[in-house]
Design a protein around this ligand. Sequence first.
Ligand SMILES: [Zn+2]
Length: 343
Amino acid sequence: MIHPHHSALDVVIAIDIGGTTVKGAAVDAAGTVLARQTTSTFDAERDAYASVVAIARQLVDEAAAAGYTTAGIGIATPGLVDPASGTVRFAANLGWDAFPLRGLLEAEFQVAVYVGHDARTAALAERVAHGAGASGTEASASYDPAYDNALIVPIGTGVSSAVVTGGVLVEGATGAAGELGHMQVVPNGALCTCGQHGCIEAYASGTTILERYLERGGTTASSTQEIASVLDTDPVAARVWADAVDALAIGLAGITAVLDPAVIVIGGGVSAAGDTLIDPLHEAVSARLGWRSTPRIEQSALGALGGLIGAAILGWADRVPDAGFARQTLRSLSSAPQGAADA
Ligand SMILES: [Zn+2]
């Protein structure tokens, strides 16, 4: 029997657009990564869209050289996203305003294109990895019902989140739900890139943790992982880390009070700090929720790759990828040589 939509030699191109880098991968129906590329989002000659096209073109060509046909493209993008039209209504970091991303890419590559919000796409990957099925309804052997009421918090260049409540990924009235990074938690606090003062993101993103450490005379660090590794011996590192934990804890305790999640999943590049982040965060959230139990707070197994894995799931949407697909994509991406670029 011939399947109408796909063959064993089909791939989708998954692309995760970040404020710093654009990551891409060509992924087959089993979740195996055939090719992988990472580039800076901006350079002297290229804007964000040109970087996306360059990565996609390179991956389509690499897949073709290996005998594969591109069956679709899945994209995770920051900003206010309308998934139905594939338009990015606004993305300050990318310079996009009413930007018809799907329409432009479909015209360029002549394949179906699916566009999702980055944090919600990462949340989709978490849910599929925990057995919910891409549509969020089919249970499987690895199904974890906690992910039906979950807060997924990718922390990288910025701080974002996706809210799942009653099994529904919440988009909000204008597609702007989950902007945890711009919740104000310190009155008259540090200036944020959004123009407000005291946002969580001004203390707890990978970018601001590093900036604040260096501003205060920190000496050893070139990454948040390095800062996390010297907390016991470097008081500047310890102070900056504690500020990040406190800012996150205020936000997470507030959201817990309102939404009662079963699990809070910390993802993105900063989550690589593991228990160095999760343990003090759990303690700080618990201290603010003395009147009730604290939800599980876990390090994402997908880490900085959540958005890219979610983009592959979007690209294969009509196949309804399962937990096995998510695990294979994670394994395949983790063993690929460009993994170093994901921090
Ligand atoms: Zn802000």
